[in-house]
Design a binder for this molecule. Structure first.
Ligand code: ADP
Ligand code: GN1
Ligand code: MG
Length: 378
């Protein structure tokens, strides 16, 4: 992982974007696991204006030009749609890239790939769910996002991380990490390794269905955790989907599953008191309702049939990624304490158990909502 950039360097970078006014404080911001994010305060003729400055993690995103081409396409596509629809607060509803002095979408520098976005004001992200309305709002926003990108040709976007949701490859990567065990950590997490190995049977399920032509590739977000959508402070509505680095062709099921992973759990992702970790069926119900309210128009039966399962699969996949990273010495996800990735893995595995125990009920909920949505169709 790269050392944090010194303050002077941040100021110099900001100076190379088309930002007018007097630049004030630049501070680290947010709780993402991948990129370096900063808030930039600017005084524009007496009006306080904020921007988000980000250094893309190029260890994770090996082709930053491809990432930024995707993001340019997606943000412009969304902005065009919003403007055509006459939406007045369009710049709060889709991310807006600020160009560099040369008119580019980003800066390619030896210390990283830099970009600046307008700061979405009067809205915020949540690391953990506080009430069911947030699950519904977040799911509706992510579904709308899929819907609004449905007319963008799938082939027009690059795969920014190859095999990002290839659960089989993620599983084999874990097996390899356990075998290599470079830091001797495997002996301290045998129960977690056994938990993972005992569930190999699920890893090919969606891959097989996709290979059989049952599940279409669509433009999807691929990182739909709760803190990647901004909820309006006043209305609670999901105003803007953010963190677009992994928008690429994929299965809608990965997006739905990751919403369930993060928006049905009443604790942080790294909760140490595992007794508190569980999926809440009431949260799942409103989440599924919010998702189907916008996605029912384009989903296929084959996708809907797998919605409940997708929660368990994606939570397992992210759990084994945390476990593999712990074994390899915490080289991928940012960590803030010893054993952090193992704590995160334990929470995911606890959630997998909870999804397993509730899957029949989750299916019933989805079936009932889907029946109602189909009856309401013209
Ligand atoms: P990461 O890939 O590291 O998760 P994100 O793009 O999700 O990075 O940004 C990290 C956090 O910064 C988000 O969770 C959100 O709170 C905040 N953030 C990102 N973009 C904006 C924006 N345009 N306006 C306001 N806050 C933002
Ligand atoms: C990372 O960037 P962030 O923090 O939103 C990760 C996701 C994981 C998530 C787990 C590019 O998301 O895949 O699901 O952490 N992003 C990348 O919290 O690997
Ligand atoms: Mg994020």
């Amino acid at each position: 992982m790269r050392p944090p950039p010194p303050p002077d360097r941040l100021r110099e970078i900001v100076g190379r974007f088309r930002i007018s006014g007097d630049v004030g404080d630049i501070r680290p911001y947010g709780s993402g696991h991948i990129n370096d994010t900063f808030v930039v305060e600017v005084d524009q003729a007496g009006a306080p204006v904020r921007y988000i400055l980000q250094r893309l993690n190029t260890d994770v995103f090996r082709d930053p030009a491809a990432v930024m081409r995707n993001i340019g396409r997606v943000t412009r596509h969304l902005a065009d749609r919003l403007r055509r629809a006459g939406v007045r607060d369009a710049s709060r509803r889709a991310l807006t890239l600020i160009p560099t002095l040369d008119g580019a979408d980003w800066l390619d520098e030896p210390d990283g790939a830099w970009r600046v976005y307008l700061f979405i004001e009067r809205a915020r992200t949540y690391d953990q769910i506080e009430h069911p309305g947030q699950a519904e709002a977040a799911a509706r926003a992510f579904a709308r996002f899929q819907l609004e990108l449905a007319d963008l040709p799938v082939g027009s976007l690059a795969e920014t991380i190859p095999d990002f949701h290839h659960t089989r490859r993620r599983f084999e990567a874990l097996r390899e990490a356990v075998r290599a065990d470079p830091l001797g950590r495997a002996s301290g997490c045998r129960p977690e390794i056994e938990f993972a190995f005992a569930r190999e049977g699920i890893v090919d399920t969606l891959l097989d269905a996709r290979a059989a032509g049952l599940l279409p590739d669509r433009v999807t977000h691929n990182d739909t955790k709760l803190n990647n959508v901004m909820l309006d402070d006043a209305t609670g509505e999901g105003v803007c989907v953010i963190d677009l680095d992994t928008v690429m062709p994929g299965l809608v099921l990965y997006d739905f599953g990751d919403m369930c992973r993060t928006a049905t759990r009443p604790t942080p992702e790294d909760e140490r008191d595992l007794g508190r970790v569980r999926m809440r069926p009431d949260m799942f119900e409103v989440l599924a309702r919010g998702y189907l309210s916008a996605a029912a128009d384009f989903l296929l039966d084959a996708e809907v049939e797998r919605l409940a399962f997708s929660a368990r699969l994606i939570t397992f996949e992210i759990g084994i990624r945390f476990l593999a990273d712990y074994l390899l010495g915490d080289v991928y996800f940012k960590t803030h304490r010893p054993g952090h990735n193992l704590d995160r893995c334990r929470v995911q595995f606890r959630m997998v158990e909870s999804f397993e125990a509730n899957e029949d009920r989750m299916r019933e909920i989805v079936d009932a909502l889907w029946r109602r949505a189909r009856e309401a169709r013209p």
